[in-house]
Design a protein around this ligand. Structure first.
Ligand code: NAG
Ligand code: NAG
Ligand code: NAG
Ligand code: NAG
Length: 190
């Protein structure tokens, strides 16, 4: 009887060890230095400032923790931007400005806007689909551009003298950091 059980116990252990090894060697707990990540972004010094503001520091912090933190930052920045846009809409005295800010609200709000993309990024992160997180972060950058520059290249750019373009640029740069981290997670960057 015991002779029959032993091989199956052994093969169970082999499979278990294999799974543990696979787990420890996959992307999930990969660590990449902040400088190396930020070197892959459009504005490396902005990127270092954001990542180094993570409470508890970034020393030996794995990529998943880092991207999770950065998604939290972009969520808070998108939320701030939505508050700003709503205030700009309330204060608008001419219809061109009002139209522009209403278009921007669509680009930032939940339905097909940046906030929806952020929620999609969170969902993809939970599912460990880092390519999906990358797609969502790229979506944030694209939809923010639609607010600032209009939906098509032929649209005239609204001369916006409010803080909105600055907020929008900030959101884009944080989303760019998420893309860089995801490219390390998926192995596109080594
Ligand atoms: C940053 O990237 C450039 C080229 O893209 C490379 O020459 C340089 O060594 C990199 N620096 C670091 C710290 O990785
Ligand atoms: C991301 O951070 C939140 C708290 O900010 C935590 O609840 C969640 O479990 C984290 N997710 C991952 C995948 O680390
Ligand atoms: C973006 O979010 C971070 C984290 O909440 C915050 O420290 C920063 O001031 C925000 N920046 C803007 C422009 O909203
Ligand atoms: C809108 O007007 C109020 C009242 O004048 C002012 O406090 C607020 O800062 C204005 N909002 C923006 C975004 O300019």
């Amino acid at each position: 009887m015991a002779m029959d059980i032993k091989p199956s116990v052994l093969s169970f252990l082999v499979v278990l060890l294999f799974l543990l090894f696979a787990q420890s060697s996959n992307a999930t707990n990969k660590i990449v230095e902040v400088n190396k990540i930020c070197n892959r972004t459009i504005h490396p010094s902005f990127c270092s400032k954001i990542l180094n503001s993570k409470p508890g520091g970034t020393n030996r912090v794995d990529l998943v923790t880092l991207v999770n933190y950065t998604i939290g930052v972009v969520r808070s920045n998108v939320t701030n931007t939505i508050h700003l846009i709503k205030s700009l809409i309330r204060n608008s005295t001419n219809s061109d400005a009002k139209d522009h800010y209403e278009l921007c609200l669509k680009h930032f709000d939940y339905d097909e806007g940046a906030l929806g993309e952020v929620e999609y990024a969170e969902k993809m992160l939970k599912a460990k689909d880092y390519q999906g997180v990358n797609v969502a972060a790229s979506g944030v950058m694209a939809t923010v551009d639609g607010c600032v520059f209009g939906d098509s290249p032929s649209d005239p750019v609204f001369p916006d003298h409010s803080s909105l373009p600055k907020y929008a640029e900030y959101v884009k740069q944080v989303a760019d950091i998420i893309c860089a981290i995801c490219n390390y997670l998926t192995g596109i960057y080594k």
